[in-house]
Design a protein around this ligand. Structure first.
Ligand SMILES: [Zn+2]
Length: 410
């Protein structure tokens, strides 16, 4: 691994079309000019201002499309996506986990993911990785870190080190996260399905509501929005009432099935509380606890009620690879979106919902996070699985010529 690399060169990329990520804007023969870590100009290649483009390294992607790098709003770079990631990680030291996280970050970037919100890592390794990537020491997406997640004693994700019984406990974890460079607080409101939940129900909140409200208020006062893991309807209601900024999973389960409650949907929409559904590529084939017919119905209900939806994979949990975001995106067609609508959801919309306003769009002033893919993904989302080149903060990554594809992303 080299030391901090020099400022990225100015680049002028052009292709058959360019998708800006907003307002259904597709520029035929579009080009993007980057200088350092920023985009300085976007438009038809024929109109590039000569003075701005002077000295830029030019590259045309024939038969291809340029679009903003993809955003995964729910990752776990510390988890290995194997059959029992939580027991695996308990047997490893911090240095080993961090080394694995670097490889997974590199693999996600090679798949076209230029920003991730990482929702739970032991020892706040996600914040360490963020720093390495920002410094240019490690290639990877921009990591929006949540550090150690808060959970009740013995609760879901307790193995990551954030058990809290009192407001003072929670404040200490949040402060330590913030001081390490984390930008979000993750709180586990209900039990889960992928690790021991200490008897906590996946349906209802495990917290005293007054304490939950106090924790969210403290996090907000520290400038950190709150992502709340909540499966069941009662847990979603508790998290929203406490003021959480995003609900993770929202599977609307209750003891005897599902309860996609219209009043709760209206409450989420009114508050602007985002839902990150954490769909992976297997979701459309799911038949067990959460069959796809039910999940698709939930997605449509949330979308219909104007609940803001963010794209995320929950990668790192069993069977969910860190490269899986592009493969998961066709599932979002269930919202009634066309491919361009899904691309905007996975770029500008999700970036905004996780507070990353400087990316997600190809526009002057934004971060130079750019993806080039074969063909036309606005006609066929499958093309997103064929990246030709990725820029992150103006640094070039060649998926096809790197070793990343050959490596097991786990
Ligand atoms: Zn998760």
């Amino acid at each position: 691994m080299s030391a901090r690399s020099a400022e990225p060169a100015a680049l002028l990329w052009s292709a058959d079309r360019l998708v800006t990520g907003r307002d259904r804007n597709v520029v035929p023969g579009g080009a993007v000019l980057t200088r350092g870590a920023r985009i300085v100009w976007v438009g038809p290649a024929s109109d590039v201002p000569a003075d701005l483009a002077r000295g830029a390294v030019r590259r045309h992607f024939d038969g291809a499309t340029l679009l903003p790098g993809l955003i995964d709003a729910h990752t776990h770079l510390a988890l290995d996506a194997g059959t029992s990631p939580f027991s695996t990680i308990q047997a490893l030291d911090a240095g080993t986990v961090l080394a694995q996280m670097r490889e997974r970050a590199r693999a996600a970037l090679a798949a076209g993911v230029t920003t991730v919100r990482d929702l739970g890592a032991p020892w706040r390794l996600d914040a360490l990785l963020r720093r390495e990537i920002l410094d240019g020491r490690t290639p990877g997406p921009t990591v929006v870190a949540a550090g150690v997640p808060l959970t009740v004693p013995g609760g879901h994700l307790a193995v990551l080190g954030g058990e809290t019984a009192t407001l003072a406990d929670a404040q200490a974890v949040i402060r330590a996260n913030r001081d390490a460079g984390c930008r979000w607080t993750k709180i586990v409101v209900t039990g889960g399905f992928t690790s021991g939940s200490g008897g906590c129900s996946p349906y209802a909140s495990a917290w005293d509501q007054h304490l939950l409200e106090g924790i969210v208020a403290f996090s907000h006062a520290e400038g950190m929005p709150v992502a709340a893991h909540a499966h069941g309807t009662a847990g979603i209601q508790a998290a929203a009432a406490a003021g959480a900024d995003s609900i993770e999973h929202a599977t609307w389960m209750c003891a005897d099935g599902f309860d996609v409650d219209a009043l709760t949907l209206a409450d989420l929409a009114r508050r602007g509380t985002a839902v990150c559904t954490s769909l992976n590529s297997a979701a459309p084939r799911a038949a067990g606890r959460l069959p796809w017919s039910e999940r698709a119905r939930q997605l449509r209900a949330m979308h219909h009620h104007r609940v803001p939806l963010a794209v995320g994979t929950d990668c790192g949990i069993p069977g969910t690879a860190h490269t899986g975001l592009p493969v998961s995106l066709p599932a979002y067609r269930a919202l009634g979106l066309d491919p361009l609508g899904v691309i905007e959801l996975a770029t500008a919309t999700t970036a905004r919902l996780i507070g990353e306003h400087s990316t997600g769009e190809l526009a002057p002033g934004r971060r130079a996070d750019v993806l080039a893919v074969e063909g036309d993904p606005t006609a066929d989302l499958e093309q997103l699985t064929r990246p030709l080149a990725v820029l992150t903060r103006g640094r070039l990554h060649h998926p096809a010529t790197s070793d990343d594809r050959k490596k097991d992303p786990r």
